[in-house]
Design a protein around this ligand. Structure first.
Ligand code: SAM
Length: 304
């Protein structure tokens, strides 16, 4: 949803913009190309490989772009370190990148055999191997159910625990086989997608604490925005979208007074206005060209 993001952010206005999920630099390139002279783009990612790809992609922009390895939860500290007080726009393109999924040795994919890893930040302490070999059965169930919306979460969690009693689960295909074996054949036949897709997504979300960082990052970035600054957030997962929707709705209407009060007495003022009530969805052309974009949603807001 590059075009839609650029329309929302309108970097042509100039100023300081932050791409909180720089990845391979696709969106950053679009933003940097439209930024006038004297403007600046800060590109954040927690993945060293992503930053390397992004650096190669943005090389032509010289010091217009600054790349920072960080978790976007820490955006306020990143801005403080760069001595930046106010920003004019920020983008989050949440979730995993195609590059991370396609690089089999990163252990994100159920299609290729590799050590179970799934860490976006390779220096982070928790890997997928730890989650599946250490977490108690009820936590595994909760993760598969809540983050994967997996109907067979209970059977999968139980089979993971049974398997690891004999030996640790080491590889992606070992885990995929346990998951596949936990789903009844009839249910598997009905599904268009790979039977391990939801469980792998759930474990990845847990490994990278993907949901808990969204609200703090959005809130701090919006707090640092100048009036008229724009925030654009792309989600791929209903859990992400729920948090983004709730966070933006609260920032747009924080008043806690009972509905029966004629005027607000709590003093909480709106910080943003929502640019659309409903999320924007990718065009038919985009979903045809890139089937992974099918579940994307874009929410956007403007600082008051
Ligand atoms: C969907 S990709 C972004 C792709 C990018 N927009 C592009 O055009 O290439 C998401 C990226 O965000 C990074 N990421 C996810 N969560 C993050 C976090 N909490 N802090 C920093 N980076 C994060 C991932 O490492 C990944 O590279």
């Amino acid at each position: 949803m590059l075009g839609e993001c650029l329309d929302v952010l309108s970097p042509e206005r100039g100023g300081i913009f932050v791409d909180c999920t720089a990845g391979g630099g696709g969106h950053s390139f679009g933003i940097a190309s439209r930024l006038p002279e004297g403007s600046r783009l800060i590109c954040i990612d927690q993945d060293d490989d992503a930053l390397e790809a992004c650096r190669a992609r943005l090389g032509g922009f010289g010091d217009k772009c600054t790349l920072v390895k960080a978790n976007f939860r820490d955006i306020a500290a990143v801005l403080d370190d760069l001595k930046i007080d106010r920003i004019d726009g920020a983008l989050w393109d949440l979730g995993v990148s195609s590059h991370q999924l396609d690089e089999s040795e990163r252990g994100f994919s159920y299609m290729h055999d590799a050590p179970l890893d799934m860490r976006m930040d390779a220096s982070a302490p928790l890997s997928a191997r730890d989650v599946v070999n250490v977490y108690p059965e009820n936590d595994l169930y909760r993760i598969l159910n809540d983050y994967g919306e997996e109907r067979f979460a209970s059977r999968i969690a139980s089979n993971i625990v049974k398997y690891r009693e004999t030996k640790p689960i080491e590889t992606t295909l070992e885990l995929a086989d346990i998951i596949i074996g936990s789903i009844p054949v009839a249910a598997r036949k009905k599904e268009a997608q790979h039977p391990a897709k939801r469980s792998f997504q759930a474990i990845r979300i847990e490994v990278n604490s993907e949901l808990s960082v969204i609200k703090p990052s959005l809130t701090s970035a919006i707090e640092r925005m100048s009036p008229g600054g724009r925030a654009a957030v792309i989600t791929f997962h209903s859990g992400e979208d729920r948090i983004v929707k709730h966070t933006l709705t609260r920032l747009a209407d924080p008043c806690e007074c009972p509905k029966s009060f004629p005027v607000c007495v709590c003093g909480k003022k709106p910080q943003i206005r929502l640019l659309s009530k409903k999320p924007l969805l990718p065009s038919e052309k985009e979903t045809e060209e890139n089937p992974r974009s099918r579940s994307a949603k874009l929410r956007a807001a403007e600082k008051i």
